[in-house]
Design a binder for this molecule. Structure first.
Ligand SMILES: [Zn+2]
Length: 154
């Protein structure tokens, strides 16, 4: 049985959710895509953006472009309080549970966007208690809390 299924998401259009209880540390789904050289990803205007959501760095020479329909893991949404992380293992990338996840809970990870002038174009609707309202990596969220755009949800 698969550990996940596609569902309508509370966060955005579509998402993945747990098809059964999942223990912390479990490999849930492979993040599939095409391996490209970093030289190529650096030159391709398609990736000329900090917010290249589907591009992952594998190592010094290679990136993985996951922007393909067959990559079901791309449906996973960002959350300010994620239950998964995306990690490389050799030239493969997997989505791992970083918490125990209950059946039917939506899967999410931190997209890792930096804080820059266009963060306002990436609102976050994850609904977690600690949501800062925008998709920004956890290490940079304090910057949002200091900005005039921050609206506390509490
Ligand atoms: Zn959020």
């Amino acid at each position: 049985m698969k550990l996940y299924k596609v569902k309508k998401s509370n966060i955005d259009n579509k998402g993945l959710c747990a098809n059964q209880d999942i223990k912390k540390g479990t490999k849930i789904i492979q993040y599939r895509g095409k391996i490209i050289t970093r030289k190529k990803s650096e030159e391709d205007p398609k990736f000329d953006n900090d917010k290249a959501i589907y591009l992952f760095n594998l190592n010094k020479r290679y990136d993985l472009d996951g922007d393909f329909k067959y990559n079901t893991a791309r449906l996973i949404n960002h959350s300010c309080n994620p239950n998964c992380e995306v990690k490389g293992a050799g030239l493969k990338i997997w989505v791992y549970a970083i918490k125990d996840i209950k059946k039917n809970e939506e899967l999410s990870y931190d997209y890792g966007f930096g804080f820059d002038e266009d963060f306002k174009n990436y609102p976050c609707k994850c609904g977690s208690r600690n949501c800062v309202g925008y998709i920004v990596r956890s290490e940079s969220r304090w910057r949002i809390k200091r900005s005039k755009f921050y609206k506390s949800h509490k």
